[in-house]
Write a protein that binds this ligand. Structure first.
Ligand SMILES: [Zn+2]
Length: 334
């Protein structure tokens, strides 16, 4: 046991030595495009190496929710199965208004090609990645191409003052795990697409929410929550910012218990009814000749309304929709 603990402690040093010996890219399962700016590429590599250092080969302990979401797989392996190539954001995305900082291009290419009933080949030639013929067969959402916008690496999207600290790796990892979930699913759950946010959300009307409790936002939120607790060099301010990110992600999971305008009106209505019943009860209690039966009926009415009010006021996250993460593969031959 002692030996295992020592080995665990030594792992970051072993990784660092290997890193110096082999060059960092050799340690990464993911291929990172040469088209990234040098510092953006280095930052991405450092983020992935950070994951190797902290996750070794076991599922993350002390987080049953995360273990469930990652199907008890070690997090590094889980991510590697779903993200194989990281490339800079496409120019077309850069000009769009809602600029995605990251996007699972592989899942999008797959669902587009599925609609057109064809299996396309996708060229990664421009990115200098080692691929046979530089062509990928897009036959599953698991093809694993994720684009990262240049804007993501800008100062305003970083957590720490230098933009290259543990807090920044934590933040990027939570987004990568989010994108990785888009590589999952079949039929209705294909790509774990986002849903339009309901009235109760800060993002009402935008397609940036999840209908299921095991979607990309649940994964990014739980990964973040776990990594914040493990982040030794994070300052209090950095932890606070990461926590705000966590709440934002959590808020994007559709909550069947969330407060809506309809609920607010109903609460107001019940509160008014209760006020008049409390008043009625007060006067009945003061009356010289008491009618116990009518007081008991009144009490019963009050208790029913109070239970209903408590139920409406409970806004804790409740979502029972599970989406099947098994990825689909097309059998269309090329
Ligand atoms: Zn997403």
């Amino acid at each position: 046991m002692r030996l295992i603990k020592d080995a665990k402690r030594l792992t970051p040093f072993l990784i660092l030595s290997l890193y110096l010996l082999l060059g960092q890219s050799a340690l990464l399962a993911q291929q990172i495009s040469e088209k990234f700016k040098y510092e953006d590429r280095t930052f991405t590599e450092s983020t992935l190496l950070y994951l190797s250092e902290i996750s070794v080969n076991e599922p993350w302990e002390d987080s049953p929710k995360l273990q469930f979401l990652l199907e008890s797989e070690p997090p590094k392996e889980w991510l590697e199965k779903r993200i194989s190539y990281l490339i800079p954001g496409q120019k077309t995305f850069e000009t769009s208004q809602m600029l995605p900082l990251m996007s699972n291009l592989g899942a999008k290419l797959y669902s587009d090609s599925k609609q057109r009933k064809e299996t396309p080949l996708y060229s990664l030639e421009d990115h200098f990645l080692s691929l046979e013929d530089n062509k990928l067969v897009i036959n599953s959402p698991r093809v694993g191409i994720v684009s990262v916008s240049q804007h993501y690496f800008s100062k305003e999207n970083k957590i720490s003052d230098t933009g290259d600290k543990e807090a920044d790796y934590v933040s990027m990892l939570s987004l990568l795990f989010h994108e990785a979930r888009h590589s999952d699913g079949n039929h209705e759950s294909l790509g774990f697409s986002h849903t339009t946010c309901p009235e109760s959300s800060d993002y009402v009307g935008l397609k940036v929410c999840d209908a299921s409790y095991n979607g990309p936002y649940a994964i990014s939120a739980e990964v973040l929550d776990h990594l914040i607790s493990q982040c030794h060099s994070c300052s209090d301010v950095e932890k606070e910012v990461l926590q705000l990110m966590y709440f934002d992600f959590q808020g994007r999971i559709i909550n069947d218990n969330a407060m809506t305008l309809k609920k607010k009106n109903e609460i107001n209505d019940i509160q008014n009814q209760l006020d008049s019943l409390y008043e009625e009860k007060y006067y009945k209690n003061q009356a010289p000749v008491q009618n116990f039966v009518s007081i008991l009926i009144l009490k019963r009415k009050i208790s029913i309304l109070e239970t209903r009010l408590n139920h409406l006021q409970n806004t804790e996250l409740k979502n029972n929709t599970y989406w099947d993460p098994t990825p689909e593969y097309s059998d269309i031959s090329i």
